[in-house]
Design a protein around this ligand. Sequence first.
Ligand code: FAD
Ligand code: NAG
Ligand code: NAG
Ligand code: NAG
Length: 509
Amino acid sequence: MFHNSASLIVSLGLASILSTSAKEVGYPPCDALIDAGLGNRLLLATSAAYEGRVKSWWSANARLRPWCFFQPLNTEEVSKGVKALAASGFGAGDWHIAVRSGGHGPAGSNNIANGVTIDLGMMNSSSYDSETKLASVEPGARWADVYRNLLYKHRITVTGGRDGDVGVGGFLLGGGNSYFTGRNGFGCDTVVNFEVVLADGEVVNANSKENSDLWKALKGGALNFGIVTRFDLEPTPVVDLAFGERIVTTDHTDEVIDAIVEFTDASETRRADSMFAAIVHDASTSPAAIILIIKANSEGNLNTTSFDKINNIPTVSQDWRHKSIADIGNENQLEPGTRNVGVTLTFQNDKSILRQCASYYEQLVSILSDKVGANNFTAQMFFQPLPKFLGEIGKSKGGNVMGLDRMISNGILWTAGVSIKSGDDAALELARAELTAMAAELKAIAKKDGKLQDLVYLNYAEGQQDPLGSYGKENVDFLRKVAQRYDPDEWWQRRVPGGFKLSRVGGNL
Ligand SMILES: Cc1cc2nc3c(=O)[nH]c(=O)nc-3n(C[C@H](O)[C@H](O)[C@H](O)COP(=O)(O)OP(=O)(O)OC[C@H]3O[C@@H](n4cnc5c(N)ncnc54)[C@H](O)[C@@H]3O)c2cc1C
Ligand SMILES: *[C@@H]1O[C@H](CO)[C@@H](O)[C@H](O)[C@H]1NC(C)=O
Ligand SMILES: *[C@@H]1O[C@H](CO)[C@@H](O)[C@H](O)[C@H]1NC(C)=O
Ligand SMILES: *[C@@H]1O[C@H](CO)[C@@H](O)[C@H](O)[C@H]1NC(C)=O
């Protein structure tokens, strides 16, 4: 394969010199796509729409400027493009490939400066087939659009994102924590079929009957096997959710933690209810720190008693009423355009470790106020229930690779993030260093006290973390076997470096 592609590079290189096509742009991957007849799917830096597209990445630090964006309209074009790029060989110049759906992933995972970014944003349709009873969603769609479309046209919904601006592709390949997760499992557990373009351009389906190893591997295995061009999803009946936000002051942090712990332990028998809390710091607001609690009942039951404990905490503001998933997705969108870094761990559902998290987070905010400037950043720390029964749901639907069946007890998915509002990349790197140092300390404390769980949730992980490794040896061995079968030349590992890679399992946080 190596020898073949090396000689192919030489001949393609010669061909492009000899053809002196006026349309060629001098960048090997972009030229390969032009030669394959996909020139009208490229955005070059000189294209009118290029700058706007650069700005469509959620994080400012993810807004790299590739040599060209490749914007396929359908599976066939993805396949043709992958074939053309693969034929331009390994090591033919210093360039790489990135893949992007909704562009909400961390910087470096979904875009590339030296090379071509395959931008799936034009593949954004969603539909429902009332005969097969499956929703088909393309990777580049945003959840808010999917919800609107499926709700208004078909009266169904799917287990998708809570922030409506998040994209389908990354969310479903990294797990997918939804308002419907207590009922249906993670978003990935509701995928009945993936349509996938492999490294050789072949288009395959992966489901319980066909390529079932690939089906399981893609449920949490991210960009290690191919580009998913369609997700066929099990639907969820639509009702208006009971939904609300409560804001309380940080004087009540301990009580909020108590309520989250109690809620998590009760959640197995209350699967329609979901709740999470975020301590949000923003020096430009008064007070600068608040706790935001999001509550939802996915069956629309306003009378649920699951939130009684949190509702007893004195509140600054609150809201609790029926809302459609389309409105929720639309109204809840974190603002784009800041430089972001986030880190995640999973703890046991235990008050004392969560209190330590809150206290370390307070210290982090004070350090960053000194070092970065109080008005130059916002910070967020999330506690989200991760009950053990989610592993059983996954298993009952054919299994995913996240290793949740190995959970020792109910857990809390912990995430902390910093958004740099103004300042530069140096401020971001400073925040990253402080944040990862804090996470390392919390991890050590939890480990010592027997309060650490294995999962590093891929969709929230920082680049130096090791979510794939956190799935456990058995899952990693399985993923490696599947990758050997579907990508024997390790093309996705070598040519597409972004995101969490099997070849890099073994991070340091
Ligand atoms: C504001 C915000 C809110 C969020 N809310 C939630 C939430 O409620 N629940 C939750 O679980 N997560 C949430 N996340 C995390 C989110 O799920 C991940 O960031 C996810 O990767 C975003 O998907 P995307 O398609 O927008 O990302 P992208 O950045 O486009 O992609 C992420 C990764 O997946 C790869 N990829 C994308 N599409 C494909 C494809 N079709 N085939 C193969 N590989 C692909 C990319 O190469 C990249 O490595 C949130 C993130 C943000 C920033
Ligand atoms: C969705 O894709 C179509 C092309 O298929 C494109 O014209 C449209 O702008 C896309 N929508 C969004 C929101 O990107
Ligand atoms: C909730 O309580 C109200 C008022 O007591 C009642 O009218 C309504 O039927 C209840 N709804 C449910 C879903 O139990
Ligand atoms: C905050 O950001 C501004 C604008 O970039 C910068 O001038 C200022 O020095 C920053 N504050 C601190 C304390 O670094």
